[in-house]
Design a protein around this ligand. Structure first.
Ligand code: ATP
Length: 267
């Protein structure tokens, strides 16, 4: 589905953010991308939709080599990749419904997008998505009246209304409290399962990643140093990714959390 072939990025400043990254993600798989600050996680996500231009290597999405596309074709290809951001990137003065519908801007013609006239089918789909993310009663609220968790739900609905093949998710829970973080991660993973949607989630919270995803990719200084199941993240591997720390505490926390989840103690 998604294939990264020797993806490399060196910024004009000389910083080498990614070196020969190889990654294949099948349809429907959710991957957590972990690694210390500066490891290249955001660069990797942004090279996939070419918000950051890779220096060399290829990004292939369902047979289309995105790295070869000209501006027009790239604009169309970007519709196939929904993006969810840490800071939500909503238009504050617009309503929840208008923010969700803005995910369709890549599909409607120039004048329709200029006047924000959307087809009724888009409005119906926006309502369905708002219901799915638990915000149907808030469609007319302005974005600046929402909590962080509600904003992220709008961001998720806006990404999904694009009808993407891939979700690129950049630290979706970094501004949220622990309980809301879990709810948002659970929602993203459930929606991916329902839609057979692949996702790459850049996330700092290792325990949260371990709780929800099937596969973890660890980056360190722009190179993949771990690619495997969440329960393969041993203290040794975490030390390799992040450096020396007491990792037993992190792993124990995950096991405790699993117990909580099993007992239905977590909302
Ligand atoms: N626009 C830029 N210009 C020059 N260097 C950059 C730019 N963006 C990132 N870098 C460098 O590329 C490397 C990777 O940065 P990146 O932001 O991708 O890491 P990250 O793992 O996402 O970090 P964080 O978790 O702190 O967001 C770092 O050395 C960073 O300084």
């Amino acid at each position: 589905m998604l294939h990264l072939n020797k993806l490399t990025k060196q910024y004009a400043t000389g910083d080498k953010a990614l070196t020969d990254v190889e990654l294949q993600i099948p349809k429907g798989q959710v991957v957590a991308l972990i690694g210390p600050s500066g490891a290249g996680k955001s660069t990797l996500i942004r090279c996939i939709n070419r918000l950051v231009e890779p220096t060399s290597g290829a990004v292939v999405l369902n047979g289309t080599e995105l790295t070869r596309l000209g501006a027009g074709a790239l604009r169309k290809a970007r519709r196939r990749m929904g993006m969810i951001f840490q800071e939500y990137a909503l238009v504050e003065r617009l309503t929840v419904m208008e923010n969700v519908l803005s995910g369709r801007l890549g599909y409607v013609g120039f004048w329709r997008s200029f006047f924000r006239w959307y087809p009724q089918s888009d409005v119906d789909e926006a309502f369905r998505l708002l219901e799915r993310v638990g915000l149907d009663h808030m469609a007319d609220k302005r974005a600046d009246e929402l909590s962080g968790g509600q904003r992220q739900r709008v961001g998720i609905a806006r990404a999904l209304i694009q009808d993407p093949e891939l979700l690129l998710v950049d630290e979706p829970t970094a501004s949220l409290d622990p309980k809301t973080s879990r709810q948002i991660m659970r929602l993203i993973c459930e929606l991916c399962a329902e839609r057979g949607l692949a996702a790459i989630i850049n996330i700092h919270d290792v325990a949260l990643a371990q709780m929800f995803v099937q596969r973890v990719v660890g980056l360190q200084l722009g190179e993949v140093v771990y690619d495997g199941p969440p329960d393969g993240l041993s203290p040794d591997i975490l030390t390799q990714i992040y450096g020396e720390e007491d990792w037993e505490a992190t792993i124990a926390k995950v096991e405790d959390d699993d117990d909580d989840l099993a007992e239905g103690a977590v909302a």
